[in-house]
Ligand binder design. Structure first.
Ligand code: C2O
Ligand code: CU
Length: 563
């Protein structure tokens, strides 16, 4: 295994992601940031310098479990202090498992500002003897990192979302593929009456075609770091075989199109046709009634020039509100039959502790907030990990949080109207405890509205035990849990007015965020924090450079004064 040494500087720069010049957060002069290409078992060592001048920064390595290095998880106020302007911080962690991952900012709404990039971990090459057999075989691969883009800057968005009354950020101006999209012009101009984009004037928004040869197999790695949008990926006249989800192999299955929620990643295998041609690749918005047009690029067979338009219009995506279609896709994702060979462990048969998390919206001092069990998460100024390591209990609320409905008769079909507050209290998990989480969706403040929320857990993969409609009512439904071949994931969606059940073992000492991956929802408090194996954290070696702020910072300065 290697050590991959990188030196990065984060900075604001002018860029035209959707053919309109904006300011984006880039790394080393690039947007999106550089792709990290590693092999399972490698150590990544990144010297990150904050060149933003007027704000802090952190980077989170989404899907990497950080076993033994919880201080490198890159979550401001949770695993570390934000890196001050002009300062450098070194992330050092191991990528222990092959898969499709990405990284992104995790301070304020910096992910929406464009701070993201791909992180690909390859399988260790099979040894030469006997016959080498890779887990997947393919002739070539592509990486597509999907995002959404607003012309409004994120500072304005943050103020709008916290305002009274709230001003919603609205639909994005463009969907981006590897940071490239088109606003008010189109790659398919002659089919949809929008003007042709001028890529000579703004090459930064020119789509990247996928160049392929006939009669071959390609792996396409797809990940979504959208701020808001649920997406659907489709290639004209081609089937896709799903083989990986969130860095875990799944039992392969074929689809015409696939839903990708923010925080998720997939690999699909594409078998090319025997003859050459050009075909549309389209990424459209689902799950909300959006005005944002799909992002388009071309599947280009050599030797046809990629600029030659396909002879028919881009494919049409399934209806935005066809949830039964989305659910049937989610339910197809299962652990592979040869699970053990592919690094799967089976879940423990029974849970040790069940935490029900009710997702609602409420107002606190006239501000609209997302609530989990009546609490809206506001992060403390001292990172939890340092506060726990040094037993600084005054750094955050020591309140005990609800683990079930505070009102058992609560009607999930009506808007919330109950006590609600803002807090930085955490759930404490015992070492090696088996945890079941039931994510329970409900009505938001508007009547007859319930939204999709893709929930992401740091520090773990979890088994998805199942999805259900309506209100989870306890043990009788447990018999429906899939404990036979549940897929391992790090992000899972909870559908409108439904519930999702997941299980994990608390075997990774650290402090881990668990939150909705929709950036404005997290900003409005939609998350919880798990403090896992507190006693082990106290004994653990952690990188003190991550904790030079807040109460931990004071502690270090005092002990320095005494010397
Ligand atoms: Cu990709 Cu806490 O997020
Ligand atoms: Cu959400």
């Amino acid at each position: 295994a290697d050590v991959i040494d990188l030196e990065w500087e984060v900075e604001y720069m002018h860029w035209s992601p959707d053919c309109i010049e904006s300011v984006v957060m880039g790394i080393n002069g690039r947007f999106p940031g550089p792709t990290i290409n590693a092999t399972a078992g490698d150590t990544i060592n990144i010297k990150l310098t904050n060149g933003l001048h007027t704000e802090g920064v952190v980077i989170h390595w989404h899907g990497i479990t950080q076993v033994g290095t919880p201080w490198a998880d890159g979550t401001a106020s949770i695993s570390q202090c934000a890196i001050n302007a002009g300062e450098t911080f070194v992330y050092r962690f191991k990528v222990d498992k092959a898969g499709t991952f990405f990284y992104h900012g995790h301070f304020g709404m910096q992910r929406s500002a464009g701070l993201y990039g791909s992180l690909i971990v390859n399988e260790v090459a099979p040894k030469a003897e006997p016959v080498p057999k890779a887990i997947l075989s393919y002739d070539g691969e592509f990486t597509l990192l999907l995002s959404d883009w607003w012309h409004q800057n994120v500072h304005t968005q943050e103020v709008d979302l916290s305002g009274v009354p709230l001003r919603f950020i609205g639909e994005p101006q463009a969907i981006l593929m590897n940071g490239r999209g088109q606003f008010s012009c189109s790659a398919a101009a002659h089919f949809n009456k929008v003007k042709q984009c001028n890529y000579t004037a703004t090459p930064q928004c020119q789509p990247q075609p996928l160049h392929v040869d006939p009669d071959k197999t390609y792996r396409i790695r797809i990940a979504s770091t959208t701020a808001l949008s649920s997406l659907n990926f489709k290639i004209q006249d081609h089937e896709l075989k799903v083989v990986e989800a969130d860095g875990n192999y799944v039992e392969p299955f074929s689809v015409d199109d696939l839903d990708v929620y923010s925080g998720e990643s997939y690999s699909v295998l594409l078998r090319t046709k025997k003859t050459s041609g050009n075909y549309w690749i389209s990424i459209g918005v689902r799950g909300r009634k959006s005005t944002t047009p799909p992002a388009l690029t071309i599947l280009n067979y050599s030797p046809v020039p990629w600029e030659k338009h396909p002879s028919s219009a881009p494919p049409v995506h399934p209806d935005w509100n066809d949830y039964s279609r989305s659910k049937s896709f989610s339910n197809k994702i299962k652990a592979p039959l040869d699970a053990e060979q592919k690094g799967y462990k089976s879940p423990p048969e029974k849970q040790g502790r069940r935490i029900v998390l009710l997702n609602t919206q409420h107002t606190v001092k006239d501000q609209i907030k997302w609530m989990i069990n009546d609490i809206s998460l506001a992060l403390p100024s001292t990172p939890y990990l340092g506060a726990i390591k040094y037993s600084l209990n005054e750094a955050f609320s020591q309140d005990t949080l609800h683990e079930n409905y505070s009102n058992p008769d609560y009607d999930i079909t009506l808007p919330r109207n109950a006590n609600a507050k803002i807090s930085d209290a955490v759930y404490k998990l015992e070492y090696n405890e088996t945890i079941d989480v039931i994510l329970q969706n409900a009505n938001m403040l508007n009547k007859n509205h319930s939204e999709i929320h893709p929930w992401h857990l740091h520090g773990h993969d979890f088994w998805v035990l199942g999805y259900g409609e309506g209100k989870f009512n306890g043990t009788d439904l447990e018999t429906e849990f899939n404990t036979k071949n549940p897929p391992l994931r790090n992000t899972v969606v909870v559908y409108p007015y439904g519930w999702t059940a997941l299980r994990f073992v608390a075997d990774n000492p650290g402090v881990w965020a668990f939150h909705c991956h929709i950036e404005p929802h997290l900003h409005m408090g939609m998350g919880v924090v798990f403090a896992e194996a507190v006693d082990k954290i106290k004994e653990m070696d952690i990188n003190n450079k991550a904790f030079m702020c807040g109460f931990t910072g004071d502690m270090f300065r005092e002990s320095f004064g005494k010397k």
